[in-house]
Design a protein around this ligand. Structure first.
Ligand SMILES: [Zn+2]
Length: 301
């Protein structure tokens, strides 16, 4: 499928899934998609905003990452944006995609990383959350560790293999239900192997594709699923101004923006960030990590 094709969001979904309380457990501490179908998957459109009302907090305990409580039926909670009335904050998120079978392409020189993007975020002092696949951490352990150790950033989980957790998700191979939990845990194991010590309990579904079965399968992992409300459209994009415009027009207080950090498949992202950051700051926005938005969601109660 081509970039921009609508994603099959919330198949079999139930809006009541998204009405849930937050238990705030605060910790001080959280790629461009692969080419082809995998990249398309990462450029998926936003989930309907109305489906994700801001959660409310029940308590706060220092030293653990803020997470959402499971839904009423014990399903993995889903977060897609922070409070709209809690100040002008916005979280830039970057998916570090690499599909499990792309090792040969990396060996031939294809770059699934984007060190210049990370350097620009550092130079501009922009906090960010990197949703990393385990396969990416296996390929770029030094970068994974460096991102983890930089307080500006947090690493979260984007599966090990970047395979889909539903059928019919941009042509991605599908993780069978009985392997979903293991795929997420395999990514955390890859992070640890790379020397990442502070990976956050947040999970982004490849392609943003999930359903009730996937949410149920991941409940034992304790992750909060993190979607987004602003699509940058950076997958395959070559016009950085178009990407920047799309972000600037989409951002609202509490927004989560999805972008990618893979040089080969999202080549305009770094340039777009250099325009997005000063323009949003000029509008009074402050950049935060996803964990800070989730914490704010709790404090809003
Ligand atoms: Zn992805």
């Amino acid at each position: 499928m081509r970039p921009g094709t609508p994603a099959p969001f919330h198949k079999g979904g139930d809006s009541s899934l998204y009405v849930r309380r937050v238990i705030i457990r605060v910790r001080q501490a959280a790629a461009a998609c692969a080419l082809g179908a995998a990249l398309t998957a990462c450029g998926a459109p936003a989930a309907p905003r109305a489906a994700h009302p801001a959660p409310t907090a029940t308590r706060a305990t220092p030293s653990r990452p803020p997470t959402l409580a499971p839904g009423p039926t014990g399903l993995t909670p889903v977060f897609s944006n922070g409070p709209r009335t809690h100040g002008r904050t916005v979280a830039l998120t970057f998916d570090a995609d690499m599909t499990a079978d792309e090792g040969a392409r990396a060996a031939r020189g294809e770059r699934f990383d984007n060190p210049q993007l990370i350097a620009t975020l550092r130079a501009l002092k922009v906090p960010a959350t990197v949703f990393m696949t385990g396969r990416w951490a296996d390929e770029y352990p030094l970068q994974a560790r460096s991102i983890d150790r930089d307080p500006l950033f947090e690493i979260a989980n984007h599966s090990y293999s970047h395979y889909a957790f539903t059928g019919d998700c941009y042509g991605l191979p599908t993780v069978p239900e009985d392997r979903m939990r293991a795929d997420v845990e395999r990514a955390y194991a890859a992070f640890r192997r790379a020397g990442v010590t502070d990976a956050m309990p947040y999970f982004r579904f490849p392609g943003g594709c999930y359903d009730r079965t996937a949410l149920k399968a991941l409940t034992p992992t304790g992750v909060t699923a993190v979607q987004w409300d602003v699509v940058s459209g950076d997958a395959f994009a070559t016009d950085s101004d178009a990407v920047a415009r799309q972000v600037l027009e989409g951002v609202r207080p509490g927004s989560v923006v999805v972008m990618h950090c893979t040089r080969s498949a999202a080549p305009a992202t770094e340039r777009a960030v250099r325009r997005i950051v000063p323009e949003l700051r000029a509008k009074g926005y402050r950049f935060v990590k996803v964990s800070q938005l989730i914490r704010s969601a709790g404090e809003q109660r």
